[in-house]
Design a protein around this ligand. Structure first.
Ligand SMILES: Nc1nc2c(ncn2[C@@H]2O[C@H](COP(=O)(O)OP(=O)(O)OP(=O)(O)O)[C@@H](O)[C@H]2O)c(=O)[nH]1
Ligand SMILES: [Mg+2]
Length: 308
């Protein structure tokens, strides 16, 4: 558990240190007063927590401060974490790894705009499931971007993962169909489908996703059981509108928020969840395979407020 928390702490370090810099280390030893409350408010906005969440956190700290003028920064941090626990309640997606023992693969489709982290997340997740004793096949269904197939093959080779791939320009739905067949006949637990990056506004590319789904449903009406939107966390709350369109056309079942290690705006995750109410399964906290971590409200809430 401690190891997991450290991953969150390290992965969110930029957000945490930006808040600390803006509040002159409030959580580490200062007392609450009018000045530090103002600094904290600005810091939370800058970290992209959004108006609603920032206001709620500030209101609760002010209430506690009205009752206790000696309120310390670390106590304010605990109040902030408590607000996040409440606001994020229900946001933890849990991938039931045992669900796969039903005679055919459980399919996870990774979708999202260009460069959000779909391919690396597909590989990282396959590796993680394999570490947990599950068998996994990867499907290289980004046949659109040149070198996309090679990128996933390189990951598969490095992490010793099984992959079904065709060539650039092939029909993505046909690759998905073949990959399902292969995963089924080899009794694999999971099939993870990497798809091409697409703008939510491009209807022909959105139609390709629908086709992948239809083709998989010929094998298994429930497939793909998981339809996850991979969101670049460093783009912050800007991702919410695109997520809504993907949700309307594809019925999202989960989110993966990536690149949180590269941003000081790690609070955006809260706004994304508040607006979409789609569970968050994993966070990308770095570029290495082990940097994909299951989302944990507790670890997130504690990490952003610098608690242990
Ligand atoms: N630091 C960091 N980098 C990440 C993370 N996730 C992905 N990346 C990087 O982001 C870049 C894009 O990742 P990809 O997995 O190729 O993104 P994609 O969504 O497949 O991109 P397209 O297929 O072009 O749409 C790569 O350089 C990744 O290494 C993360 O959690 N942290
Ligand atoms: Mg990709």
């Amino acid at each position: 558990m401690f190891g997991l928390f450290k991953k969150f702490k390290d992965g969110l370090a930029k957000t945490v240190s930006a808040i600390a810099a803006k509040t002159a280390g409030l959580f580490g030893g200062r007392r609450i007063d009018a000045a530090s409350l103002g600094e904290l408010e600005e810091a939370l906005y800058t970290a992209d927590f959004g108006v609603e969440t920032t206001n709620e956190i500030l209101a609760e700290i002010k209430r506690a401060y009205a009752q206790d003028k000696e309120l310390q920064g670390h106590q304010a941090a605990e109040i902030g974490a408590q607000v996040l626990r409440r606001v994020l309640a229900g946001s933890e997606g849990t991938l039931d790894v045992a669900s796969a023992a039903c005679g055919h693969p459980v399919v996870i489709a990774m979708i999202g705009v260009n460069g959000s982290g779909k391919t690396t997340t597909s590989a990282k997740l396959a590796w993680k499931l394999k570490q947990e004793g599950r068998s996994v096949t990867l499907a290289a269904c980004d046949t659109f971007r040149a070198a996309a197939v090679e990128q996933l093959k390189t990951w598969a080779h490095r992490l010793e993962l099984e992959i079904v791939a065709s060539h650039t320009g092939a029909d993505a739905a046909a690759v998905a169909f073949d990959a399902w067949q292969a995963a089924k006949s080899r009794h694999r637990d999971f099939l993870i489908i990497d798809t091409a990056g697409r703008l939510h506004t491009k209807s022909n590319l959105m139609e390709e996703l629908a086709k992948i789904r239809r083709v998989l449903q010929k094998h298994d009406p429930a497939a793909p059981q998981h339809r996850w939107l991979v969101v670049d966390g460093s783009l912050g709350s800007n991702s919410i509108e695109q997520a809504k369109v993907f949700h309307q056309s594809f019925g999202l079942t989960g989110l993966v928020v990536t690149k949180l290690d590269g941003t000081s705006r790690g609070g955006a995750l809260v706004g994304i969840y508040r607006q979409l109410k789609i569970p968050i399964y994993f966070l990308g906290l770095g570029e290495k395979a082990e940097d994909l971590q299951p989302f944990s409200i507790e670890n997130y809430a504690k990490a952003v407020f610098g608690l242990e």
